[in-house]
Design a protein around this ligand. Sequence first.
Ligand code: KIV
Ligand code: ZN
Length: 529
Amino acid sequence: MTASNKTTDQIAGNQVAGDRVAIFDTTLRDGEQSPGCSMNLDEKLRVAATLEELGVDIIEAGFPIASNGDFEAVRRVANMVKSCSVAGLARAHPKDIDRSWEALRGAARPRIHTFIATSPLHMKYKLQMTPEDVHQAVVDSVGRARNLCDDVEWSCEDGTRSDHDFLCRTVESAIKAGASTINVPDTVGYTVPTEFAALIAMLYERVPNIDQAVISTHCHNDLGLAVANSLAGVGAGARQVECTINGLGERAGNCALEEIVMALRTRADALTCTTGIDTTKIAPASHLVSTITGFQVQPNKAIVGANAFAHESGIHQDGFLKNSETYEIMTPESVGLKASTLVMGKHSGRHAFREKLKELGYSDLGDNAINDAFSRFKDLADKKKDIFDEDIVALVDDAALRGNDRIKFLSLQVIAGSKGPQTAELELEVEGLIVKTKTEGNGPVDAIFNAIHELCPHDGQLQLYQVHAVTEGTDAQAEVTVRLSENGKSVNGMGADADTLVSSARAYIHALNKLVVKRGKGVPEAISA
Ligand code: KIV
Ligand code: ZN
């Protein structure tokens, strides 16, 4: 049996067939497993809504047994999303599978994704199980999942380092037990394209009931080969690719959604497979995920890096101006990047601002977020001559992130410079109470963070402080990311403003609000004194 023998009818329980590749996004599960990349419930819902608009086929929303927070996130995503499948991960334990189903049962299209390692190394040292026990666990776990849910995916963790005979036997048994998707993870990012293609071809060749399932790839990027390996898998007949926005994921990450999708689209002549992704939504999705996680996209990153469509050298610019195809294999518009246009100024009114928001894809913002963004837009227009689309996106993202913050930024006055001491005079509103302080520090940012600490005592440790200019020019807004960790949990905060120090305060306060919510306690007492 080869991939080309497949027909729509043969791929039971799945929406895709033939040359259509299903995009399984795992930003909310494997992506969230990146160290330092935690998302709260609201953020996960925003990412899920964006993935649905992007047109992914399956959203893996989390690992329900991992924590109550993960369970709730999967449940809420499952209940919200309508046009794609929602998957929840489960180990091969009855409790995992039942918990996953509990979280997923409200979904329009639920999928239980269960896995167990099949490589000799993982079975012996991690699981401490014999191959026979693992085989039985596959039969039992897939069978249990299939009794609950019509759509079951099974993954052979560390599949690329598994013994072929054993792999074929477990895949055949998983399909017999009811799995309609067989995912082959390259868990440690070890394989190379020719080897991975041969592995997928081997499964088509040797597993007698393989025609009853879709083969899926799940490639990690430890050797920088995740996209190449996934494409090789597709070439050998895989019809689902597991991937994440911006390539987030454990260690070096996963196959990047934007790269595999644009490779399939741009080289349709060579790769002959399509996806259901609306590629014009890629850039906003990438921006949202990087804003929420605080993981900045490197400038030269394919498709979504700031330089991905920039032409710097004279020879390139000359060729590009004569015919853009000389140096551009895809257009910025095709991934949702518009040429940055000067659109708004200090005379623009609320109506124009709302229209602009719609044009930028923010059609469902609440009135509070719009009002907040509009008043900050007016402030910005007073300070900054040219307001670009990127400025408005940064303002709106900043306003939307603040939601129901219990600690609110009110004002900041800083003395900086070489003479010292650098001081920060900060005013906050904490659960309705206005509090102020003036502190010194080792530089202005330190002074601000000390002031916040004084007003809101906490044990959070600063893990990351990062500044990024939203546009060009010295009057550009600064987008600041702050990561705080407390008791092994970390949160990211983001702030945007034309003043880098104000952005820094906003970002720190945003992170602190998230810590307060994570702790589940009120704001510490000392601040209201
Ligand atoms: O990398 C991996 O093996 C995984 C599985 C749980 C699918 O993420
Ligand atoms: Zn993984």
